[in-house]
Design a protein around this ligand. Structure first.
Ligand code: ZN
Length: 67
């Protein structure tokens, strides 16, 4: 599973990678709010404040190509 976090206002990509819940298990990232805190809780493009409620979080199953 991969996870994508976009600004809810302008759509700026804030995070893309391994699902955070899984990284949580590996203790790489505590949770989504830590990702947002990396940006100072503000979108670097449009300046709107970031919170778990205002961003768009998309979790996708990894597509496996079989040959
Ligand atoms: Zn934005």
């Amino acid at each position: 599973m991969s996870e994508k976090i976009n600004c809810g206002n302008c759509g700026m990509l804030l995070y893309f990678g391994e699902e955070i819940k899984r990284r949580l298990y590996m203790r790489a990232i505590p949770d989504e709010s830590a990702v947002l805190a990396d940006y100072g809780d503000r979108c670097p493009r449009c300046g709107s404040s970031l919170s778990a409620d205002s961003v768009k979080i998309e979790i996708k199953r990894r597509v496996v190509h079989e040959s």
